[in-house]
Ligand binder design. Structure first.
Ligand code: ZN
Length: 202
């Protein structure tokens, strides 16, 4: 391939996406170039809209539209009494897709021990605020079954100790190292159903 710098730049960018190496990035770019009007044009538009209008909510850590506001923490149609605390947005999406849990989500934005994350970087203070403000009765800690995930769960639990809220944690039996995002619905279902109460053994 001769060096067309626009194409080379695009291939470099696309090969940074998950699951795409340089080879598949080239195939993606070819597909785009061959479908300028059907793909490139609407994609440019859509990316610009996402860049302009979608950001992370400061209160719950999920994605929100700057036009419609955050539907995750201001659900106008339903008022919930539970918050499920997860590490990443991908975890929220998995749990939502499985239809196991009905309630609010709170996205920490990582784990305590993950590279570059200090406890100040995780969205914990606003979780404490939400528990009080939304009259939450149960906080479900749904962090990964990794050392980092479990350390984070206990830190979050500790941060909530003055709220008197019921705190539960997904059942053991999650595969060790299991990230919530990659669990199948059956495993998630039993982890939710058999979640353990942390208030009693503190
Ligand atoms: Zn929100």
């Amino acid at each position: 391939m001769r060096n067309i710098s626009e194409i080379e730049d695009l291939i470099k960018l696309i090969s940074k996406l998950p699951g795409l190496g340089p080879k598949s990035a080239k195939r993606v770019v070819l597909k785009l170039i061959n479908n300028r009007d059907e793909l490139v044009k609407p994609m440019v538009n859509s990316l610009a809209q996402v860049y302009k209008n979608v950001t992370r909510c400061n209160a719950c850590g999920s994605l929100k539209s700057n036009i419609d506001g955050c539907i995750n923490c201001h659900n106008a149609s339903e008022k919930f009494n539970k918050i499920c605390v997860v590490e990443d947005i991908a975890d929220q999406w998995s749990i939502e897709n499985s239809n196991i849990f009905k309630g609010y989500f709170h996205i920490l934005g990582g784990t305590l021990a993950s590279v570059g994350h200090r406890k100040e970087d995780l969205l914990i203070n606003s979780l404490v605020d939400r528990v009080a403000k939304d009259k939450i009765e149960e906080v479900i800690l749904a962090t990964s079954a990794t050392v980092e995930g479990q350390t984070t769960a206990y830190y979050v639990k500790d941060s909530l100790k003055h709220t008197n809220v019921k705190i539960t944690k997904l059942a053991q039996g999650l595969p060790v190292g299991g990230e919530i995002e990659s669990l199948d619905d059956g495993t998630l279902f039993s982890a939710f159903k058999n979640r353990s109460n942390l208030n009693s053994n503190s």
